[in-house]
Design a protein around this ligand. Structure first.
Ligand SMILES: NC(=O)c1ccc[n+]([C@@H]2O[C@H](COP(=O)([O-])OP(=O)(O)OC[C@H]3O[C@@H](n4cnc5c(N)ncnc54)[C@H](O)[C@@H]3O)[C@@H](O)[C@H]2O)c1
Length: 422
């Protein structure tokens, strides 16, 4: 039986929740967006996104003006609730799912028979089953799928998100989706809902399988980037060019080594592998080591800069890029920013930071002496040492001739043309 949804509620209006809410609203559903942050709610009410995402503002304006999306701070009744709140790690690398628990606590009073609850946040294995326990305690009058499989009052499904910021609207439609139901009826209901706009392949499975499959995607990326990063330190020690080595190795039809860099950033890849390791430390030495290799890399880059800086009395060092990946304004968990902060703290010279996607230096740089935000041309002209930390498209115009008398540390291979012939 296909379920019909008239009103849905999205809890957490961030990078995942807001575009998802806008997408459902654009398909004619009445969408209630809920966020604990007043300013996020105010921006949504004004028809604006509170972060940069191409084309999202256009969709937002249309759906808010049409009255299909409205934002509130306290949940109201709806037919389906999608939870897309943050799930960070604590300093000791353990998962912090308190926002998911708060979101569940906030929707419990307004749940009614027949409602569907979907967890979209990236979560440790077992979170969906624990969500059922929490809802059962809060609403003993309603049955959950593990009390009454295929016949419960509330349907509960884990549905992970894998969008790429910067391409969110396209990926929401095109990406494949997994529906991990606590029972089959829950998975089917979530699939029916997403069919409103999603066009990618759809798979139904159990909740823990869906939970682990999401974590595994990011652990896979982390382990493979760690291999590339380890290779970069091997090549550096041997005086070889890692980009050329990788380019040659990748000629093998079954080898595909990823690109090394100054570390691994963003709020997914450096975080999610710990959720697996926390649950099964004995079984996951590779996942843990990959995390350590990638976490060590910003420090290794800073050490390399310090080593070459010692050749100068008072060097001017250009740092190109601060964001966690190219062509975005996102600084979360950015290894480039870590390198910059590390160098600023050591006060080894004048730092000229170039980051075309921010208007001001972030904390840890703004409050340091002799650190300036400047243009690519100015930094390239004045620097003794140029450190390339992010492969922004805008850096590709860098005049290689102007760098010929400078020391260049290119952590992302921006300037490298692999030497595949002799
Ligand atoms: N951003 C991505 O590219 C991406 C991709 C895949 C998965 N994820 C996962 O999706 C989840 C959400 O990530 P995000 O990037 O959208 O986070 P975000 O920080 O951009 O947004 C989360 C929002 O939830 C709000 N919030 C927190 N607690 C709340 C509560 N109890 N009730 C209502 N609102 C609450 C916050 O104020 C914030 O606006 C995380 O688990 C993340 O790992 C993110």
């Amino acid at each position: 039986m296909t379920m019909t949804f008239k009103t849905i509620s999205v809890i957490g209006l961030g990078y995942v929740g807001l575009p998802t809410a806008a997408m459902f609203a654009s398909r004619g559903l009445s969408v209630i967006g809920v966020d604990v942050k007043e300013d996020a709610v105010a921006r949504v009410r004004a028809g604006e996104a509170h972060f940069v995402e191409p084309d999202l503002d256009i969709v937002m304006r249309a759906v808010v003006t049409a009255g299909n999306l409205r934002a509130v701070t306290v949940p109201e009744p709806a037919d389906a609730f999608l939870i897309a709140v943050p799930t960070p790690i604590r300093d000791d690398h353990t998962a912090d799912v308190s926002a998911v628990e708060s979101a569940l606590a906030s929707i419990a009073p307004v749940l009614k028979r027949g409602d569907l609850v979907i967890i979209e946040s990236t979560c440790p294995v077992g979170t969906t089953a624990r969500a059922a326990e929490q809802l059962r305690r809060a609403r003993p009058d309603l049955s959950l799928p593990d009390d009454a499989p295929e016949a419960s009052d509330i349907l509960l499904t884990y549905c992970p998100e894998r969008i790429l910021p910067g391409q969110t609207l396209r990926e929401l439609v095109d990406n494949g989706r997994t529906f991990g139901g606590l029972d089959r009826r829950s998975a089917l209901a979530a699939r029916d809902l997403y069919t409103l706009f999603a066009r990618g392949p759809m798979r139904m499975t159990t909740a823990p399988t869906a939970e682990l499959s999401k974590l595994v995607e990011n652990a896979f990326r982390d382990v493979n980037v760690a291999f590339a990063n380890e290779l970069s330190t091997v090549c550096e020690a041997l005086g070889l060019d890692v980009w050329t080595v990788i380019d040659l190795a990748n000629l093998h039809p079954r080898v595909n080594i990823l690109a090394p860099g100054p570390g691994v950033g963003g709020h997914c890849i450096p975080v999610d592998p710990w959720f697996i390791h926390e649950a099964l430390p004995e079984q996951t030495p590779l996942i843990r080591t990959a995390r350590e290799v990638n976490d060590r890399k910003p420090h290794q880059v800073a050490e390399r800069v310090v080593a070459v800086a010692e050749r100068y009395r008072d060097p001017t060092i250009a740092l190109l890029g601060l964001t966690y990946k190219p062509n975005v304004d996102d600084l979360r968990e950015s290894p480039a920013l870590q390198v910059a902060r590390d160098l600023a703290q050591r006060e080894i010279g004048r730092l000229l930071v170039v980051e075309p996607h921010v208007d001001a230096l972030p904390a840890g740089l703004a409050d340091r002496p002799r650190v300036e935000l400047t243009t690519l041309q100015e930094a390239a002209a004045q620097a003794d040492i140029v450190v390339i930390l992010v492969a922004h498209n805008r850096f590709r115009s860098l005049d290689r001739g102007a760098l010929s008398h400078k020391i260049v540390i290119d952590t992302v291979g921006l300037l490298t043309v692999p030497l595949v012939s002799m």
